[in-house]
Write a protein that binds this ligand. Sequence first.
Ligand SMILES: Cc1ncc(COP(=O)(O)O)c(C=O)c1O
Length: 368
Amino acid sequence: MELHELPTPSFVVDLAVLERNIAFMKSRARALGVNLRPHTKTHKTREIALRQVDATRSITVSTLAEAEFFLEAGIRDIIYAVPIHPGRLDRVSRLISAGADLKILVDHPSVLNMLELKAAEKRTAFKIMLKIDSGYGRAGLPPGSDTLYDMALRIHRSGNLGLAGVLTHAGHSYQCTDASGIRAVAEEERLSVVRSAERLRMAGVPCPMVSVGSSPTAVHAENLAGVTEMRPGCYAFFDKFQSDIGTCSPDDCAVSVLAGIIGIYPERNRILVDAGALALSKDPGAVHLQQEKTYGTVKGRPDLYVASISQEHGQITSSRPLDFNAFRIGGKVSIIPNHCCLAAALFPEYQVVEGGLVKETWKPVRGW
Ligand SMILES: Cc1ncc(COP(=O)(O)O)c(C=O)c1O
C-alpha cells in the first residue's frame, strides 16, 4: 500500500529516519563512553526497542505494562523511571520472580519502610535507584544532600534492599533556546549525579550506576565523565519541539500524522483536517520560542502550522495567504507533531513506511 492510501488519521514512522536516529544515538553513547539505556516510553514497541539496544540489552520504562511487555521480548535489565507507588510492589515482585533485573526509583525515606516490609513478605529483594533533582523540579532529592546520604546508608545496611545507583532527568533542558544552553544543562545534569555518587562512595556506600538522560542533553553533552549510562527516549522519533530547541533538524523527525483535509476556508485562510487533539495531542510545544500557538507543522512546509485544535479537528493556517489551489477536500497532509511520545500514545498501531510504501504495522503496548 502507498502512504497516501492509508486511512486518516494514521501515525506514520519513516523507517530510514528512525534507523538513522537510532544509529546516531548509539554513536553518541560510544563517543561519550557510556552505556545507552533508551527510554522506551516514546514508542512502546518491541520492534524499536530491539533495534535500540546493544549487547547490554538495557532499557528504561515509564510503566510496569512496558516492563512486562519488554521482559517478554527478552529484555531483562530495566529501570522503571517513575517514583514507585507502594501499590505497585506486588507487580514489581512478580516481574522480579519472572526474571527481570528491575530497578525502581525512590526519592523519599518513608518508601524504604514499605519496601522492606514488602520484600520480607515476598521473600525478595528490591534494587533501588535514588532519584536526584538536577534542576527540573519535578521529583528527586537535592544532589549530594544529607537525606540522600542517609537513605543510601540505610539501603546499604538493609538485608533486602540494594542500592543500584543514582539517577536524574534534566527535563529543564526543554526550556533552552539553543545548543549552548542545552550543553550547560547537560553539565548541570552530570554534576548532580556524579557528585552525589562521590559523596556516597566516600562514605563507603557502593554506587555502581550513575544515570542521566534526556534527548536534548544526550545530543549536546560535551563530557559525561563519571556517568555510567544515558537514557534518552524521544531521539528515536524526534519531533517539532526537539527541532525548535536545536536538538535535531526538521529532517530528523521520523514520525508524522497523516491527516485528511475535511474543510477549506479561504475567507479565514484556514484548512480543516481530521487530526485533532486525539491524534496530535494538545502539547503546546516550545512555547518559549513561538510567536504563534502551534500544535504541529506540515511536513516539508514549515510555513503551514496547526493553529487551533479540538478533539477531532485541526485547523491549519499560515502567516501568508494559503495557496488554495494546492489543497482539496479529500486530500491528505502529513503533520509533524509537537511531542512525538504523546502523539504516538494516541494510536493503537504505527504504519511503518519505506520509500513511500507501507511495509509493516507495529503495535505498541498500552495502559499502565
Ligand atoms: C526519568 C526520565 N528519563 C529519561 C527520559 C527521556 O528523555 P527524553 O524524552 O528527552 O528523551 C524521560 C522523559 O521524560 C524521563 O522522564
